[in-house]
Ligand binder design. Structure first.
Ligand SMILES: NC(=O)c1ccc[n+]([C@@H]2O[C@H](COP(=O)([O-])OP(=O)(O)OC[C@H]3O[C@@H](n4cnc5c(N)ncnc54)[C@H](O)[C@@H]3O)[C@@H](O)[C@H]2O)c1
Length: 340
């Protein structure tokens, strides 16, 4: 029998790309999502008998328990994502990112599901001078990051020999997705280069690890297929920083690489203007030796290639209006009208 993976948040920026990858690896997929940003990203799966698409909110106990039936593995992506979005909707953030996440993990454990992958973030490190590995002190500087820390700790605390969660602390993602986000650094820079003819960087010396969407999907497949080992510090659960050391960049470097991709795509020289200070205090460099060593994970995507692809989508008008609220998690919530 083929293995069915429950992808919670499967209509999202990462989820809609990861679902395609899981199908190509011969998994069946059940997507559970409340479709805050609409259903368009999963339309392409509607004729595919290997995909079930279920509309539901993980803050509802019955929705969660019902959807654990006939499931081999769970990937929990659903959340209110990003510092600005969690600031705009604090109650929904605590309910979804912590309380409902614990509900999902406990239900998966009780249903006997052994593989449980949880989407966390390198934002849990907040600010740090050293190159931070998985044992580094966490220093969350936003509600978003605090809910991720609390969920990580809660999920690891219920791990045992039958339930071995894997925590995926992802770098900041980039690239084109059917559920596009223009509130992520590379995507934002490409969009402002297109709409304003320049890239403006505030501060610019802050470090940030970056990761392409296809590479992130690859990390999830590798984690799904890995042996359920444990490690000393985290008992039966495992924690991975997900990314690559070569893509620890400063924001100024990110801007230059984005401009390079746009030059290749369009021939246009996009100026990078550095102004004032950043309002975002996050500044961290991360070690990815563990995922490289244990899961044999390495990256293939680059920022210039992603910028080129996104530029193409804007230039061809496949994305007609990148300023629509739906592309920005902090501007958009379920009460907004969906366009297109
Ligand atoms: N995008 C990044 O750079 C990044 C980096 C590190 C970690 N992450 C983590 O990866 C995961 C996916 O992020 P993304 O960029 O795809 O975000 P996204 O906002 O595009 O997707 C989140 C999805 O979850 C769904 N959702 C939200 N609340 C829900 C609820 N209560 N019930 C059911 N569904 C709900 C939304 O409808 C959406 O489809 C998140 O957990 C995020 O914290 C993302």
């Amino acid at each position: 029998m083929k293995k069915r993976v429950l992808v919670i948040g499967g209509a999202g920026y990462l989820g809609s790309v990861l679902t395609g990858r899981l199908l190509s690896e011969n998994y069946d997929v059940r997507i559970l999502d409340s479709f805050i940003y609409g259903k368009r990203s999963v339309q392409k799966f509607s004729a595919d008998t290997r995909v079930e698409v279920i509309e539901g909110d993980i803050r509802n106990i019955e929705t969660v328990t019902d959807n654990m039936q006939d499931i081999h593995s769970v990937i929990l992506l659903a959340a209110v994502v990003g510092d600005p979005a969690s600031k705009a909707r604090p109650e929904q953030t605590i309910e979804t990112n912590y309380l409902a996440s614990m509900l999902v993990a406990s239900s998966a454990k009780i249903a006997g599901i052994k593989k449980f992958l949880y989407a966390s973030t390198c934002s849990v490190y907040g600010v740090g001078k050293e190159i931070l590995d998985e044992n580094a002190l966490m220093n969350p500087v936003s509600l978003y990051a605090r809910t991720k820390v609390a969920s990580e700790e809660g999920i690891i605390s219920i791990a045992d020999s039958n339930f071995r969660p894997v925590i995926m602390r992802m770098s900041t993602l980039y690239g084109y997705s059917p559920r596009m986000r223009f509130d992520l650094v590379v995507n934002t820079m490409t969009m402002t280069a297109f709409t304003e003819g320049k890239i403006t960087v505030f501060g610019g010396n802050q470090w940030r690890p970056l990761l392409g969407l296809e590479d992130a999907s690859d990390a999830y497949v590798k984690a799904l297929e890995s042996e359920p080992g444990g490690n000393g510090t985290a008992g039966y659960g495992r924690i991975y920083n997900v990314g690559s050391e070569e893509q620890n960049y400063t924001i100024t470097e990110v801007a230059k690489l984005t401009a390079k991709g746009i030059k290749e795509a369009s021939g246009k020289e996009i100026p990078v203007n550095i102004e004032g200070d950043s309002v975002d205090v996050r500044d961290y460099r991360v070690s990815f030796k563990k995922i490289q060593g244990e899961l044999n994970f390495s990256v293939k995507q680059t920022i210039p290639d992603a910028a080129k692809e996104i530029w193409g989508k804007l230039d061809s008008k496949e994305i007609r209006d990148p300023k629509q609220k739906v592309y920005y998690n902090h501007y958009f919530d379920a009460s907004e009208e969906l366009i297109g």
